[in-house]
Ligand binder design. Structure first.
Ligand code: BG6
Length: 484
């Protein structure tokens, strides 16, 4: 692995410090960065929320979260050093009431000496973003600051604009880091590497050769303890308008002139500009059986836990090529993949009955688990006659490289500490993604209930018909047979 840069000294404040994301991702990621020697030489981590939580409880919380979710074990030598840098401040940080947290930040800064940077991580539900941003400005903490906003940034186009206005009043755009952790996934960045570093793929990466594109992220887990967040967002906002569209932009974009923030964000913005506004008929919403009984879910809730959509990118490269998206909770299998389905060639030289069942050859990016790329195609079966059979070629990171993959949050936290915005989303692009789904958000299509452990409502199969969702094996014994 290339030598990682050491970020400048920093005080990190995690709003929502004892929440689900801090526990599952942020604290394990920070710990792992520390273990890899990728944290600043001097740093402090301050957890914050309104609830009463002591320093000791935060230490315990962090330790348990690292034990459960980190890729490395808690190291007896490193842990006390890391824990020594953790503090917790219980305080409702809001305009006009900023002193308690501000004092804690000043104290940490004095301990570090000099003028350390400030990294504020807003790991809170979207309605709290504006209040916290206002308070950062009110307290004069916006100097030397990087502010990371969890997604979704806004809940529709109006709330995006309102929030963005508050943010622009307090911060320069260069300080705003709207995170979408899918862009931190190695396999997503590999889409750019594969497309633009090879001569083989780009010539066929267009409407002349591609029949359709699938961006498919079914999940096995439910909403867990996140009803408070999920009831306001649902699958459309939580996954589709955010993660899936960002991934789509990497598939659909034109080559940027450089892999640097402006060039990349310009190309992403062009993709989003080219997406035709999605009508409600092109969206299927579902809710898993039993969702209404989950703790914290409102009676008769209309929140969708599944969404599938058909999108069109109206530009020269993609006109006429549908992009199908699907994601949902409590589905049959966790699977994260981008698949390009190639157009069927004329196969009349082969016996008809051999080819009808095989519709497309596919190029699939597995975003996790088992990150890699696979190609499924037809080959001649061994034997005296020309008989066709499905075949596949696989690239797997773990088999091809010795160094382990960097987890998405680790990569993006490290980038934010280094003030590198390349893999963070820009306001104009995000605004456009909300515009694309404005009609659907205003007039949502009906909700279909689907059984837990299924592939979602049958209407999602109808949306894509006569094509089909393509789920390939991941080469794990537990995957068993999957439909192709
Ligand atoms: C989060 C969503 O951003 O991404 C979750 O809020 C989802 O609902 C998660 O489960 C999926 O990310 P990953 O990369 O951890 O599978």
């Amino acid at each position: 692995m290339a030598q990682a840069q050491i970020p400048p000294d920093c005080v990190i404040v995690i709003f929502g410090g004892n929440g689900d994301l801090a526990r599952r991702k942020l604290l394990p990621a920070l710990y792992h960065l520390a273990a890899e020697g990728m944290m600043p030489n001097n740093y402090r981590i301050i957890g914050n929320s309104r609830s009463q939580f002591s320093d000791e409880q935060f230490d315990e919380f962090a330790r348990e979260s690292i034990e459960e979710f980190s890729r490395c074990d808690v190291d007896q030598e490193l842990w006390p050093i890391f824990a020594d840098r953790l503090t917790y401040v219980s305080h409702k940080f809001q305009p006009g009431d900023t002193e308690t947290l501000k004092e804690a930040i000043s104290k940490a800064e004095k301990e570090l000496g000099g003028e350390p940077r400030r990294l504020f991580y807003l790991s809170v539900p979207p309605p709290a973003f504006a209040t916290i941003t206002g308070a950062i400005g009110d307290a004069g903490l916006n100097e030397r600051a990087t502010v990371v906003y969890e997604k979704p940034f806004g809940l529709d186009v109006e709330s995006f604009r309102e929030l963005n206005e508050v943010v622009q009043e307090v911060l320069d755009e260069s300080q705003v880091y709207r995170i979408d952790h899918f862009l931190g996934k190695e396999a997503v960045q590999n889409i750019l590497a594969l497309r633009f570093a090879n001569g083989m793929f780009e010539p066929v990466w267009n409407r002349a050769h591609i029949d359709h594109v699938l961006i498919d992220v079914p999940e096995e887990m439910g909403i867990g303890t996140r009803a408070g967040f999920y009831e306001d967002t649902g699958a459309l906002r939580d996954m589709l308008v955010t993660h899936l569209l960002q991934v789509m932009s990497f598939v659909a974009m034109e080559p940027p002139y450089a892999l640097e923030p402006t060039a990349l964000a310009d190309e992403i913005a062009k993709v989003f500009e080219s997406i035709a506004p999605v009508p409600s008929e092109d969206v299927v919403r579902g809710q898993y059986e039993g969702y209404l009984q989950e703790e914290g879910v409102a009676e008769g809730s209309d929140t969708e836990t599944f969404v599938a959509a058909r999108l069109h990118v109206d530009n020269w490269r993609w006109a006429g090529v549908p992009f199908f998206m699907r994601t949902g909770k409590k589905m049959k299998r966790k699977y994260q993949a981008v698949t390009l389905a190639f157009k069927e060639p004329p196969r009349q030289m082969f016996r008809e009955d051999q080819s009808v069942w095989f519709e497309h050859d596919h190029l699939t990016f597995h975003l996790g688990p088992n990150e890699g790329v696979s190609v499924t195609f037809l080959a001649k079966k061994p034997g005296p006659a020309i008989e066709l059979g499905p075949a596949r070629m696989d690239f797997r990171y773990e088999r091809s490289y010795d160094s382990p993959l960097i987890e998405a949050y680790e990569r993006l936290l490290h980038d934010a500490l280094l003030c590198d915005r390349t893999l963070f989303t820009r306001g104009d692009g995000v605004e456009r993604t909300w515009e694309v789904f404005e009609k659907v958000l205003r007039d949502p299509p009906p909700l279909h209930v689907y059984p837990q452990g299924s592939w979602g409502p049958k209407e999602a199969e109808e949306l894509i018909a006569p094509r089909r969702w393509h789920v390939t094996k991941l080469d794990r014994p537990e995957d068993g047979e999957l439909p192709t």
